[in-house]
Design a protein around this ligand. Structure first.
Ligand SMILES: Nc1ncnc2c1ncn2[C@@H]1O[C@H](COP(=O)(O)OP(=O)(O)OP(=O)(O)O)[C@@H](O)[C@H]1O
Ligand SMILES: [Mg+2]
Ligand SMILES: [Zn+2]
Length: 322
């Protein structure tokens, strides 16, 4: 890793998700269009508070309780599969910690820090998001260590969100050990990673570890339905299970698939036919027909279904996946 000031160069994080804080009982959404380009659905709906994070109550509830009790640790490790809310929750925790009314589990949304850290906010100079994939070397870590001792510019805490933490090199982690173990009062660390076992044990043992999980299908389905209702595009209810399956428990992946379907929706909205075609699932009608053909011992009818599968451009090896 080249020397010097990589950590400084990446700070402060500019929250890229074109959104405004608004009245939002459950789901919040902001500007749809940024310079003529539609922002990805998952970015437009990125949660701004723990109440909006779905399927991770085993993490978000105790975190909120810790905030309520004012028993927040100085370092956290958020682990779990991709697209399940680790980075999002790290940003929310930072927002909770630095709210002028806080630390609080429900940031006010009004104060300077809350506005800075909102989805469409400019970011806060005191919340520094570091991508360890590109800035995980020992020089970067030493640089962070030096800067970390300076107090926050305008907030309660200076918070480092170290994303993709498994990419920090062993030497990088070692350079951080001391400051993660005994940070000054004003300093908080949140490590986020898909591979917690690659975060060296000496760092892990200095953090509170919160494992995120894949989101259960029912929860994901309800969430997608809620988002689509907000988007005001009709979606045939049978489409949701297909999207949920394609997303394999990842909220981001499911939102991406849904986004693609919404983008291609015509007058009738998102239809089952369109979804099966795009996602490569076999239309249930074909499966019904083939079962009927077998039941009736009608070989010709069975082959006719196979012909329809192939004529439909589907891969026969995937036929039956629906
Ligand atoms: N639990 C969740 N509840 C609601 N939305 C979520 C949740 N998890 C992810 N999302 C959506 O997916 C997007 C990506 O989430 P996030 O960046 O937090 O994932 P991650 O766990 O950090 O993934 P990665 O390991 O790939 O970095 C968010 O913008 C948000 O819209
Ligand atoms: Mg992430
Ligand atoms: Zn606030």
């Amino acid at each position: 890793m080249r020397g010097g000031s990589c950590f400084a160069r990446c700070a402060p994080h500019a929250w890229p998700d074109g959104h405004g804080a608004s009245d939002r009982p459950r789901l919040s959404v902001g500007a749809d269009i940024v310079v003529g380009v539609s922002l990805a659905l998952y970015r437009r709906y990125r949660p701004e508070s723990f109440a909006e994070v779905i399927g991770q109550e085993h993490v978000t509830d105790p975190l909120q309780q810790a905030l309520r009790n004012n028993r927040v640790n100085h370092a956290y490790l958020f682990s779990g599969p991709r697209g399940c809310g680790k980075t999002t929750s790290a940003r929310i925790l930072a927002r909770c910690l630095n709210c002028e009314q806080g630390p609080t589990p429900t940031p006010c949304g009004e104060c300077q820090s809350c506005r800075d850290l909102a989805r469409n906010g400019p970011g806060s100079i005191d919340v520094i998001e570091i991508d360890a994939a590109s800035h995980g070397g020992v020089d970067d870590a030493r640089d962070l260590r030096e800067k970390a001792f300076f107090g926050p510019a305008g907030s309660r805490y200076k918070i480092y969100i170290i994303d993709e933490a498994h990419m920090v090199t062993p030497a990088g982690f070692n350079a951080l050990l001391k400051v993660v173990e005994e940070p000054p009062e004003h300093l908080k660390f949140i490590f986020a990673t898909t591979e917690p076992e690659k975060v060296i044990g000496t760092i892990r043992s200095r953090t509170h570890h919160y494992p995120f999980r894949l989101v259960p299908p029912g929860t994901l389905r309800d969430y997608l339905a809620e988002v689509c209702a907000r988007e005001a595009i009709p979606v045939e209810p049978v489409v949701y299970p297909l999207v949920v399956r394609a997303g394999a428990g990842s909220v981001r992946d499911s939102m991406s698939v849904m986004d693609q379907l919404l983008a291609g929706a015509g007058e009738a909205g998102v239809t089952y036919t369109m979804a099966t075609a795009l996602l490569g699932y076999t239309d249930a009608a074909l499966l019904d027909d083939v079962v009927d053909a077998f039941a009736a011992g009608d070989g010709a009818a069975a082959f006719e279904v196979v012909d329809r599968v192939i004529e439909g451009g589907n891969d026969p090896r995937r036929c039956g996946i629906w």
